[in-house]
Design a protein around this ligand. Structure first.
Ligand SMILES: Nc1ncnc2c1ncn2[C@@H]1O[C@H](COP(=O)(O)OP(=O)(O)OP(=O)(O)O)[C@@H](O)[C@H]1O
Ligand SMILES: [Mg+2]
Length: 267
């Protein structure tokens, strides 16, 4: 049992029609822990994060963040969390600073603290020099770093990141990890991150493997290797989730649920 659980998930389920994208998962994440969430395309990672971040309503089960229920106490939950989404969420016509200021206003960062918080997060992701440039001119790596800064703006207790390092060069990936490590150490922040990069999962304190909506393993990278008799996490991943490519599943599921929705009179 973990000493200080900050995320507690029990029987969490998300169904679209007859299809369970997330099917009764249970796990706990401790305060200050780096928790990796891995699984093939369409496994249910983004759906799980969406429920934990109060953006999607669970069909069944419960989840709490710092003791607050994601369904019944979404406002309190939102105050505890930062989110870095899989898709870009920045306004390219605005400067880095303007993007952050907008987010600070939406998240009610007190006016008196705003300038200091903005300076702090820009400094952390090494974008102070570019604070007043419009995001449209930024490289992919700079945009990603700004997304991370945005997620950190209201000093979250838990930071959720959905594939934050997708498509980034190794230098930028390393830097993003350094920023997160520094904050986890400095502020005891908990990091919940999905990734398809097993070298990143290797750096997590614990890793959960999800496949077809079900959790198939949760443990430290070393224990997962020991249990499966594999020498690499790539090997563990393939052993636990098989060799098949999942694209067709994903299309079939979306297609089927669209048909079901139509049948019910939806779009
Ligand atoms: N709104 C929706 N309606 C129907 N099915 C959906 C919906 N959203 C997601 N799904 C299905 O739920 C499953 C899980 O999707 P999810 O996006 O959580 O996967 P993922 O693990 O994040 O995948 P990836 O690695 O590709 O990001 C997929 O089969 C997907 O097609
Ligand atoms: Mg996803």
């Amino acid at each position: 049992m973990l000493q200080n659980p900050v995320i507690e998930v029990n029987g969490l389920t998300k169904r679209y029609g007859d299809f369970s994208a997330v099917d009764g998962i249970d796990f706990t994440v401790g305060s200050g822990e780096f928790f990796g969430f891995v699984g093939p395309n369409g496994a249910g990672k983004t759906t799980t994060i969406s429920m934990l971040c109060t953006l999607a309503k669970p069909t069944a089960g419960t989840a709490t963040i710092a003791g607050f229920d994601v369904a019944a106490q979404s406002d309190q939950v939102r105050r505890q969390i930062g989110v870095v989404f899989q898709e870009a969420t920045l306004d390219n016509r605005l400067t880095a600073r303007e993007n952050l200021a907008f987010h600070a206003a939406v998240y009610h960062v007190p006016r008196a603290e705003r300038d200091a918080r903005l300076a702090d997060v820009l400094d952390l992701v090494e974008l102070t020099r570019f604070a007043d440039d419009i995001v449209d001119n930024f490289s992919g790596g700079m945009r990603r770093r700004l997304e991370v800064a945005r997620g950190l703006l209201h000093s979250p207790k838990v930071l959720f990141l959905d594939e934050p390092t997708l498509g980034l060069d190794p230098q930028t990936r390393n830097r993003i990890w350094e920023y997160l490590r520094r904050l986890a150490d400095r502020d005891d922040m908990t990091v919940f991150m999905t990734t398809h990069y097993m070298d990143e999962a290797e750096n997590c304190d614990r890793v959960a493997v999800i496949d077809r909506g079900a959790l198939v393993a949760v443990d430290t990278p070393a224990a997962l290797k020991r249990q499966t008799g594999e020498t690499t996490l790539d090997g563990v991943f393939l052993k636990l989730t098989g060799q098949a490519i999942r694209d067709e599943d994903v299309l079939t599921n979306k297609h089927m649920s669209r048909i079901a929705a139509k049948a019910k009179g939806g779009r």
